[in-house]
Design a protein around this ligand. Structure first.
Ligand code: PRT
Ligand code: ZN
Length: 346
């Protein structure tokens, strides 16, 4: 198994089972006096404690470890999801490992690019990361489920007036990208030869600077492409944030924790897709209203104090509410109330 040490805010992989990790070679670490010998087939995470300049070995073999993005587009929604399924964490500030107060889990906060490899190597059992990153890294992990946020696509885009009509027109062209692996694979599969120019940021500016003829980049709203006079030619990969799991062996107690964790996430995802709907209606309208309500289960019908009036309660798919609202009113429903659901176990 690989070993890691902390360099600045990055974990660095040491590619030998036995090795030396010189703290003096890292940026925010003490002077070049200490040498740590890493010679056990285990994962050691050296965590720096702020200005004190002392280092502490953190090794927790029992907690389920989950990698999440430290600071970026996926961080906020990932943390919100974890909190919504009842997990409580202490402050994340300036920390790499954050233990959970009420579940046997700890978070490893790192750059998203590192997450697939850490999960692949079994450093973390689970990770929250964009499908685009896992695919680019060709990481041997299992995708457990899409999370419905961080939606985007990796697309080939060309200058609007460049005369490129299809991918074939890019034969022999220079494509700027932060996703060289996926881009090369995509063109290769279609028998088109290209030169990839690897750029880590502001890829969209490359054609204007004549650094490249076209780009392959992440697109969400398409606003960035438009601003830079580019248009999409073809999608290489549709992506969203995913929960990935290591393919390495997982201890039985951690497997159990993962099952419970997945059950909670499923309940939260189901709840997000559903709304609780309540309305009043004349008793005679119940049949018609129940026919209109797009619910899998029979609605609850409760008598009201007022004669021949009932309250009807049900759970409906969020996206269907506006479709049926007018029909419900026409059928006699009044005082229609729709409420979010926190968690839902079906
Ligand atoms: O620091 P770290 O390495 O952790 O983060 P990062 O800067 O590499 O990634 P980050 O935080 O920008 O994005 C994290 C993940 O969010 C990505 O890997 C995607 O899975 C997902 N995601 C969703 C996006 C976007 N939407 C997105 N719009 N990632 C990047 N963009 C960028 C894109 O690169 C382009 O510059 O936004 C621009 C395009 O946006 P539109 O809306 O103008 O089309
Ligand atoms: Zn990144």
């Amino acid at each position: 198994m690989a070993c890691y040490f902390l360099s600045g805010d990055k974990l660095v992989k040491i590619r030998k089972n036995v090795g030396f990790c010189k703290y003096g070679t890292t940026t925010k670490t003490p002077a070049a006096t200490k040498t740590y010998i890493i010679n056990r087939p285990s994962f050691y995470l050296w965590q720096l404690h702020s200005k004190a300049n002392n280092s502490t070995l953190v090794q927790n073999e029992s907690s389920l470890r989950i990698a999440i993005q430290k600071g970026g587009r996926l961080s906020e929604k990932t943390l919100a999801l974890l909190e919504n399924i009842g997990l409580e964490f202490d402050s994340y500030k300036n920390r790499i490992l954050v233990p959970c107060r009420n579940y046997d889990v700890e978070l490893l906060l790192i750059r998203d690019d590192d997450i697939p490899e850490y999960v692949q190597d079994g450093i973390c059992e689970l990770g929250f990361v964009g499908r685009n990153v896992t695919a680019e890294n060709k990481a041997a992990v299992t995708s457990l489920r899409g999370l419905g946020f961080g939606k985007c696509r990796l697309s080939v885009a060309v200058p609007k007036n460049g005369g490129y009509k299809s991918l074939k027109d890019l034969e022999g062209c220079r494509i700027a990208t932060s996703y060289p692996v996926l881009t090369r694979d995509h063109f290769e599969k279609q028998g088109i030869s290209i030169d990839t120019i690897e750029i880590s940021g502001a890829v969209e500016i490359a054609p204007t600077l004549n650094v490249a003829d076209a780009i392959s980049d992440i697109v969400s709203t398409g606003g960035t492409l438009k601003t830079n006079g580019l248009v999409e030619l073809e999608t290489i990969l549709e992506s969203e944030a995913e929960l990935i799991q290591t393919n390495r062996a997982i201890a039985p107690h951690k497997k159990e924790l993962i099952q419970k964790f997945l059950m909670r996430i499923g309940a939260r995802q189901q709840a997000e897709k559903s709304r609780y709907i309540m309305m009043n209606a004349p008793s005679g309208a119940v049949g018609e209203i129940c026919r209109i309500i797009p619910s899998l289960k029979s609605p609850t019908v409760l008598p009201l104090a007022e004669n021949d009036m009932v309250a009807i309660h049900s759970v409906i798919p969020t996206h269907r509410f506006w479709e049926v609202m007018e029909d419900l009113k026409t059928a006699g429903a009044s005082g229609i109330v729709i409420l979010p659901i926190e968690n839902m176990i079906v």
